[in-house]
Structure formats: C-alpha cells, structure tokens
Design a binder for this molecule. Structure first.
Ligand SMILES: Cc1cc2nc3c(=O)[nH]c(=O)nc-3n(C[C@H](O)[C@H](O)[C@H](O)COP(=O)(O)O)c2cc1C
Ligand SMILES: C=C(O[C@@H]1CC(C(=O)O)=C[C@@H](OP(=O)(O)O)[C@H]1O)C(=O)O
Length: 391
C-alpha cells in the first residue's frame, strides 16, 4: 500500500517526507522533484519567508542509481530559516528570556484551539506544525507519485480559477493548464492572461489595505483510465478520498468535484454528461461524453474523463491589520499576533493539492493493478486497458 507521512516544524531544522509502498524501478528525477518544490514556493502575494527558502529534496533512502528499489523513500528538506530561530525554539530547554511566546492567538489560525488542546500558553508550539510549511514535504512526496503515474500516462496539473472576486473568464483546455507548468515565472498560475491581470489587481488592492485574500484552484488529472476507485465501500470511493486529501491542506475550506457546486442548483438534464459511442478509439474506450460536469467521477469510480477537483481557500488568517484577540496571560483584549505573512497563496495551494491528488491516485492505482516492480505494474495496467478497450 502506498503511504506517506511528513514530519517537521516550520522553523525546525528540516522537513521530512517518508513514502512507502513505491514499486521498484520507478525513475526518480530529482530535478523534477525540485522543480515541483520551486513551483509551490511561487505566486504573487507570498510573504518574506519565500525569499529565504530554496526548497530542495535530499534523498536518504529508497533510491539507488536514480530508481526506486521498493524500500521506503525518505527525504529531507532544509529549512534555511531555522538558523534564525535556534534561540527562540531550541530543542533543549534554552534561555526562557529568548523564547518570544505568541500569546495573542490569531483568529482563523490553529493558535487558540491548539493551545487549549495541548495545554500551551505559547501558540508557537502549535503554529510551528500547523503552518503550511508542511505542505512542502507533501509536494516532495507527491512528486514521486507523479513520476509513478507518468509511467502509466497519467498526469496531474493545476491552475487558479478565482482570486477574491476575480474569476477565470473563459474555459481553458488541458493543454493550456499543462503549459503553465513549463513557465519560469508564476504570477497567479492562471491560464488566461486577462483573468490573471484581474486576479493580480485583487491581490494589489488587498496588499494596500493590510488584509488577505483567498480563492479557488482546480486540479486536473489527465489520462486516468475508467475504473479507479470503487462504489462498493464508502471509504474506498475515489471522490471521498480526493475530498479528504485536498481538504486536509491548510486553509482549504471546501472541495468540489467537477461542477458539484453549481450542479446543486441545476436540472439533471443540464448536469449529467450524455453518453455516446464513437467511430474511433478514444484514449481507453469508444464511450464518449458530451461534457465533463461529473469531473471524471461517477459512483466514486473514475469514468475515463479528466478527474477535476477544486479547492476553495479561505483568506490567510495572519493580518497586517490584526483582528481582536485576548492575551493568554492577562486575559485583556489585544490585537492578534503579527510577525510576517503571506497575503495570497492560491497558486501554491494548487501545487500542494496536485501532490495530494497524485498521492491518492497513485495509491488506488497500485491497489487496483498491484506490482512490486514498475514492470509488473505496467503489465497489469496494460492488460486492463486491453480488457476495457474490448469491452
Ligand atoms: C501555501 C500556504 C501558505 C500559507 N501561508 C500562511 C501564512 O503566511 N500565514 C497564515 O496565517 N496562514 C497561512 N496559511 C494558512 C494556514 O496554514 C492555515 O490557515 C492554518 O494552519 C489553520 O488551518 P486551517 O485554515 O486549515 O483551519 C497558508 C496556507 C497555505 C496552503
Ligand atoms: C513557510 C511557508 O509558508 C508559511 C506558512 C505559514 C502558515 O502559517 O501556514 C506562515 C508563514 O511562515 P513564516 O511565519 O515563517 O513566514 C509562511 O511563510 C511555506 O509555504 O514554505
């Protein structure tokens, strides 16, 4: 079974990603992994921290001569900012005068709920792990999942469809979304330049007022064959697993599959994707759809269309003009803590969500097709593709 976990605090020495269950023989292109990490660091509206970090993965195990060997892959990612925090957050007890506690919890962050839960009067012990710095480790793990899926012709990409009130003004194709991944500069990761300009305008306005802004990203998985995931058990449905995976990202507050949200206010005849049978072979079968409002999922099973998952991000909770809070010690009303912060992270969250979608798909693909080596996996996968083509 493909599993992954992460460890590491935002200003600790390193992040750690541990991925087990990768079959042997998958080519691991470290340049690709590091480019994914770079993509997550980009986007208009990010804060000062991104000028410090240069995320790169250091592989400790599970890869030899550029290929997986079936054993768990462990990777570390250095936190360059760590050296600036060794007195504030030492591993050993250290000098309490240098600790600089966060005692004014930020509404919207994990500060108050986490401090109550873990019995801390310093929210720093909570925010260090709640921080979306952790999502860098997910992206390193997700890059391995993407490399595996690529071997089967499955690709995962994302783009931004809303920042605040500015939304994508026209439909964009898979090729346009994929082309965004080759860009050397990422502004708002929107495939339509006019819409992107409006999105930038939203961020500029928010920057001026000391506030923050959210938005919506869309992840598309292309080349997924029909039959991944199942209707037979609630916890094996691909739609449910994708929703959990994307919702687990920091600041994501809603997840939509296909046109799930507008489907709720539409007629069935407008929503469902009519089926026809084509003259020539499609990518997997000759069954065709007139559109893809289902987002490639019916009954918790992929149907051969692009799998489309959207994540809705709340605005960042650390405000330069902070909201009201209460001091942990004095119980007096105060302004919430502010040190520095991102203002808009929709493109970065989209990249992290790609990782979560890729890890989820890779897990289910491995469960369905099995294989301890890439060779065995490919043989099983190809055999199934022949079966559905001859259906
Ligand atoms: C890429 C990324 C960067 C983020 N940067 C910040 C930030 O600079 N400041 C902040 O307060 N929250 C930031 N967040 C959001 C917080 O991590 C998140 O709101 C917090 O952990 C509470 O979790 P919740 O919003 O999921 O409830 C970021 C989220 C993402 C995905
Ligand atoms: C470090 C990252 O994001 C951080 C996520 C984050 C939060 O509260 O989630 C707060 C900020 O951290 P800091 O207080 O050190 O500036 C962001 O920079 C990252 O994405 O790599």
């Amino acid at each position: 079974m493909l599993r992954f976990s992460t460890a590491g605090e935002s200003h600790g020495e390193s992040l750690v990603a541990l991925v087990s269950g990768m079959p042997a023989g998958v080519p691991v292109d470290l340049e690709y992994v590091n480019r994914e990490l770079w993509r997550r660091q980009q986007g208009y509206g990010r804060g000062g921290r991104m000028r410090i970090e240069r995320d790169t993965a250091h592989v400790l195990s599970g890869v030899r001569h550029g290929h997986t060997i079936g054993s768990p892959v462990a990777m570390t990612l250095e936190n360059r900012d760590w050296k600036n925090w060794t007195e504030i957050l030492p591993v050993e007890p250290g000098d309490p005068a240098k600790h600089k506690a966060v005692a004014s919890p930020r509404p919207g962050h994990a500060d108050l709920a986490g401090s109550l839960k873990y019995d801390f009067h310093d929210a720093r012990y909570v925010l260090e792990r709640a921080s979306a710095r952790e999502s860098a480790a997910r992206v390193a793990a997700g890059a391995l999942a993407k490399l595996l899926l690529k071997e089967l012709g499955i690709e995962v990409a994302s783009h931004v469809i809303r920042v605040g009130k500015a939304e994508l003004q026209r439909p964009v194709t898979w090729d346009e979304i994929k082309a965004l991944h080759g860009k050397d500069e990422i502004l708002l990761n929107c495939a339509d330049p006019e819409s992107e300009k409006a999105m930038k305008g939203e961020v500029d306005g928010i920057l001026r007022t000391g506030d923050t802004i959210g938005g919506v990203f869309e992840v598309v998985a292309h080349g997924v064959p029909p039959g991944v995931g199942t209707h037979v058990n609630w916890d094996e449905r691909l739609d449910g697993l994708l929703a959990q995976a994307v919702m687990s990202l920091q600041a994501v507050k809603a997840v939509e599959i296909g046109r799930g949200v507008t489907a709720a206010e539409s007629k069935g005849s407008e929503v469902h994707d009519a089926i026809s049978y084509g003259e020539t072979d499609g990518p997997f079968t000759r069954f065709e759809r007139d559109h893809n409002n289902a987002g490639g999922l019916e009954g918790g099973i992929s149907n051969g269309e692009d799998v489309i998952v959207r994540g809705y991000l709340k605005p960042i909770s650390t405000l330069r003009r902070p909201l009201g809070s209460v001091n942990f010690e004095t119980r007096e009303p105060v302004k919430a803590a502010y040190e520095r912060s991102d203002v808009c992270v929709v493109p970065a969250a989209g990249v992290a969500a790609e990782a979560m979608v890729a890890l989820t798909l890779a897990r289910l693909v491995l469960e369905k097709f099995g294989g301890d080596s890439l060779k065995e996996l490919k043989r099983n996968f190809e055999g199934y593709c022949v079966q559905i083509r001859n259906f």
